[in-house]
Design a protein around this ligand. Structure first.
Ligand SMILES: Nc1ncnc2c1ncn2[C@@H]1O[C@H](COP(=O)(O)OP(=O)(O)OP(=O)(O)O)[C@@H](O)[C@H]1O
Length: 315
């Protein structure tokens, strides 16, 4: 089936306001190829959920494809809205236009908008990939994530990066993924270790001094950091990494090993992999989901895997 029509959902705030340039490029290319489209603009934070739900509920033209243009948060919200609609099976195409773009990196979609569009146009049938599903008991929330949910260090870094004026400047310089590094440096000295309980395959694992606790669908977080090189979005499993904080020199050593992709072999780095995971914390900690802040709370999270139809061709 060739794509005849695109229902574009566009987040003008993605990439700290630089996504408009991406949309302009795409529109010109679609026009050049005589491909028809409609653009629905996300007018406020969270509006993407409603836009996607409306497309799922009120139908689209035959052979229409939903094309999301934005960052990881926009993709997350589009999938969340669509899955709450009458047609959750509709495939989702995506053009990365955010700051971090970890989903594109993790799934094998180009970060160059026109190359990504070519991958979308090359698709002839939906492609199925894993996404994460979560339930959080403290605030009675449930939903999906395309990249990861993190508690602790990474989430505090996301919060710091989002509040930083550097994010806007770096996005303008096409260095959006560096914004997270500024967040990392900012929160590094102020974060305190916290206890975490992980439940997997009927066993409880208690980690007294966790610093970072991230459940992920693919290797990347924080704008290109390969936190779990072995995670794959096709295995029906989620990967969880818990990094312990022993002391500052050891933690810096682990960070160095992380950059070299060698961190998983150390005793203070715990790796879990399963179709079902549960994570509990008892202190107030920051959380992040696909780069969006989840607020500060004591978490009780249950994770599982869902299958999602996408529309792009991967090598
Ligand atoms: N019109 C709007 N005005 C302000 N914020 C919006 C608007 N529409 C959507 N949003 C919000 O923009 C936020 C950021 O979106 P997104 O994550 O896609 O971009 P990003 O943070 O630049 O990318 P990435 O997650 O890849 O780093 C989301 O929380 C979304 O709810």
């Amino acid at each position: 089936m060739a794509t005849e029509y695109f229902d574009i959902i566009f987040n003008p705030a993605a990439g700290a306001g630089t996504a408009g340039k991406v949309l302009k490029l795409l529109k010109a290319e679609l026009k050049r190829r005589h491909l028809d489209y409609t653009v629905r603009i996300s007018r406020y934070a969270g509006h993407t959920i409603q836009l996607a739900r409306q497309i799922g509920n009120f139908g689209t033209k035959p052979n229409a494809v939903i094309l999301v243009v934005g960052g990881d948060g926009t993709l997350n919200q589009a999938i969340t809205g669509l899955r709450a609609s009458a047609h959750p099976e509709l495939p989702v195409a995506y053009i990365p236009a955010g700051s971090g773009n970890d989903f594109a990196r993790g799934i094998g979609l180009s970060q160059d908008p026109l190359k990504a569009l070519q991958q979308v146009l090359d698709a002839t049938e939906p492609i199925v990939r894993d996404i994460g599903r979560y339930r959080e008991a403290t605030r009675n929330e449930a939903g999906y994530f395309v990249n990861n949910i993190g508690i602790g260090f990474d989430a505090a870094a996301v919060a710091a990066a989002n509040r930083s004026s550097m994010k806007t400047i770096l996005n303008r310089l096409h260095l959006g993924s560096l914004a997270y590094m500024f967040g990392v440096v900012k929160v590094f000295w102020s974060r305190k270790p916290f206890p975490v309980a992980v439940y997997m395959d009927g066993k409880r694992h208690y980690i007294q001094r966790a610093f970072l606790c991230t459940t992920t669908n693919h290797p990347y977080f924080g704008g290109g950091v390969r936190i779990l090189p072995t995670a794959t979005p096709t295995d029906g499993l989620l990967d969880l990494i818990v990094v312990e904080h022993l002391n500052t020199p050891y933690f810096l050593f682990l960070l160095l090993q992380l950059i070299r992709g060698q961190h998983l072999k150390y005793k203070r780095v715990h790796h879990f992999r399963s179709a079902h995971l549960r994570v509990e914390t008892n202190s107030l900690e920051f959380g992040q989901m696909d780069g969006e802040e989840m607020g500060s709370r004591a978490y009780e999270l249950d994770f599982s895997v869902a299958k999602q139809n996408f529309w792009f061709k991967l090598k």
